[in-house]
Design a protein around this ligand. Structure first.
Ligand SMILES: [Zn+2]
Length: 150
C-alpha cells in the first residue's frame, strides 16, 4: 500500500478543495483530511492543523512543484514562519524596544494559546487564554520577554 502524507493544510475546507482540484487537474491523486471536524466548528481548524491535503509519497516532489507554480506554497514563508523567540531581560524597563534591531516601533500582541484550544476540544469549555508576545514593525521579529534576575 502506498503511504499518504500531508503536503499542505488550509484553514477552510473551500480553500483545500480549490487546491485539490488544482492538483488533480495536474494528475495528482489527493485525499482531504479533517474536513468534517473543521466544518463543525471553524474555530477548531488551527488546533488540529487545518484541513489537510494528503498525497501519495511518490507524488510528493511533483505535487510540491505544482503547488509552488500555482502560488499555494510561497517558499519564503517557510523561513520566516511565525517563530516566537524568548528574550531574557533584567527588568521591566527594557520592554520598550526591540531587542534585535533596537527599534521602539513595537507592539504588544496576543494570539489564542494553543493549549486553550485543546481545552475546548476536550472538555468543550472556552478558556480565553492568550499567548502574549511582542512584534517589531521594523525587523518583523516576534518574541516574548522573560525577566531573568541575575
Ligand atoms: Zn526590530
Amino acid at each position: 500500500m502506498d503511504n499518504w502524507k500531508t503536503i499542505i493544510s488550509f484553514t477552510y475546507p473551500h480553500e483545500a478543495h480549490m487546491a485539490k482540484g488544482y492538483l488533480e487537474s495536474e494528475g495528482i491523486e489527493t485525499l482531504i483530511q479533517d474536513e468534517m471536524t473543521v466544518q463543525v466548528n471553524n474555530f477548531y481548524s488551527n488546533a488540529i492543523g487545518g484541513v489537510k491535503i494528503l498525497i501519495r509519497d511518490k507524488d510528493y516532489e511533483e505535487a510540491l512543484k505544482i503547488l509552488k507554480k500555482g502560488g499555494y506554497i510561497i517558499e519564503q514563508n517557510k523561513e520566516e514562519g511565525l517563530k516566537i523567540e524568548t528574550y531574557n531581560i533584567k527588568s521591566e524597563s527594557e520592554k520598550y524596544k526591540c531587542p534585535y534591531c533596537g527599534s521602539e516601533n513595537i507592539e504588544r500582541a496576543k494570539r489564542p494559546n494553543f493549549l486553550a484550544v485543546i481545552g475546548v476540544l476536550i472538555i468543550n469549555t472556552f478558556f480565553p487564554f492568550y499567548q502574549r508576545y511582542y512584534h517589531c514593525f521594523d525587523c518583523k521579529k516576534e518574541w516574548i520577554f522573560k525577566i531573568k534576575k541575575v
